[in-house]
Write a protein that binds this ligand. Sequence first.
Ligand code: SAM
Ligand code: DTB
Ligand code: SF4
Length: 321
Amino acid sequence: MIRNDWTLDEITKIYNSPILDLMYRASTVHREYHTANEVQVCTLLSIKTGGCPEDCSYCPQAARYHTDVKVHKLLEVDEVLTKASIAKQNGSTRFCMGAAWRNVRDNRDFDKVVDMVKGINKMDMEVCCTLGMLTEEQAQRLKEAGLYAYNHNLDTSEEYYDDIITTRTYDDRLNTIGNVRKAGISVCSGGIIGMGESDEDRIKMLHTLSNMDKHPESVPVNALVPVEGTPLAEQPRVSVWEMVKMIATARILMPKTQVRLSAGRLKMPVTEQALCFMAGASSIFAGDQLLTTPNPDVNQDKAMFDLLGLTPRPANKEVPV
Ligand code: SAM
Ligand code: DTB
Ligand code: SF4
């Protein structure tokens, strides 16, 4: 049964249950709602890099921090379509384009993104974008172009949000997610762990996500990739048990959702990633680059799929209602 009325107390109990019980329960839910051993492979591409006016403390693309990221204007449509077709050949069934924008503006760049969406949609992949804040009309335009999903993360709890980002509010975030939902686009929204937040913050974020009228179809769980020059550069790496707890709790609360083992895989041996799949993760990002930071290369992941007996999941073109 899908529930949208989880209490903080219930979520806290699940999150704090003994890890083997938690994994067993999550695995059971996972196998009830998903095909066992199937993991979706997705590819990310940064279509506009760096120079972002926001102050997200984790982000190497914020203009105000001095990182090694090189600013790059919006890529050309052809170049993006070529990258998407390579991703498809490598087994990806979802292609996500990220832009370091605070919000979408109705200009020529947006026209180009709309053309990218149209082109990738024709390739029979799930096409996803993450472009910052969106109005209802912009969401509608993307929908008409064939956008399948939109990524807009809550990142953390409402309470901890101000410690991480000051240039926009939690309500701004929820508002964009609402606009995406209204346009009939599939919602992708999750967060980052390892930013100095407490367990309570993680639980509160899961509470917000799992109490939405409709659960996000996709919830990425990112481990912070600490980047030199950002305020969070010195944060210690999160342990695999913290990833497992987040993934398993998300899986139990939102049984149908794709829970994505997102940033942070480069530092995780296959044994650790296997624990995350056991806990209910049903997707990864493949390719040697996430948006700006490194990720395991395609061959390493192919070897992992062979070793663990995983199969890549086909694209889902079913539109949420
Ligand atoms: N600018 C848009 C926005 O913020 O929504 C889209 C791109 S932004 C880079 C997408 C997501 O990447 C962020 O919401 C954050 O969750 C994740 N992210 C960025 N930097 C990260 C890092 N160093 N480690 C882990 N996740 C990160
Ligand atoms: C998400 O939650 N994780 C992906 C995707 N959504 C866009 C991005 C991770 C970015 C990690 C830092 C970087 O490579 O710049
Ligand atoms: Fe900009 Fe997005 Fe990075 Fe924040 S996370 S600084 S909005 S690119």
